[in-house]
Design a protein around this ligand. Sequence first.
Ligand code: NI
Length: 177
Amino acid sequence: MAIKPVLRMGDARLLQRAEPVSHFGTQPLHDLLADMHDTMQALNGAGLAAPQIGVGLRVVIFGVQHNSRYPDAEAVPETVLINPVITPLGEAIEEDWEGCLSVPGMRGLVPRFARIRYQGKDENGIPIDRTVGGFHARVVQHECDHLDGILYPMRILDMKNFGFSEVLFPNTEMQDE
Ligand code: NI
């Protein structure tokens, strides 16, 4: 399919609530996912939500291979998650740095639930039900926020912890979500 332009913060379409998917296994849905995969790969992203390419549906993809450049980052399985529901498990909150393909070149310190259960469906309507923590949980919360029109800078507690990646983390290559 095609690499699509990623909308950047300031575009009103990123602030809208996306609509649920009602039909699975359809060609339009497969086409959308092919575009999302192509776009995420081209930009070396860790995840992408459909609204980021201007499609207002509750569809996210994510996945991170273990990479020697980020020895601390755990691998996250390549996942298609549609109509997701997130349930926090416990009240523990962790702060860590996030980036976003819609906020290029920036990083911010964002609080997220440390452990979550997430449920939803894949592109063929097969249920997904996982309990995860750490970076995996963070990526899912970040991507699903996009479906409710929330960008990570809106969650930063102290704006002193928001800045340009190359200034905050010189000599470090980082993935965006
Ligand atoms: Ni993002």
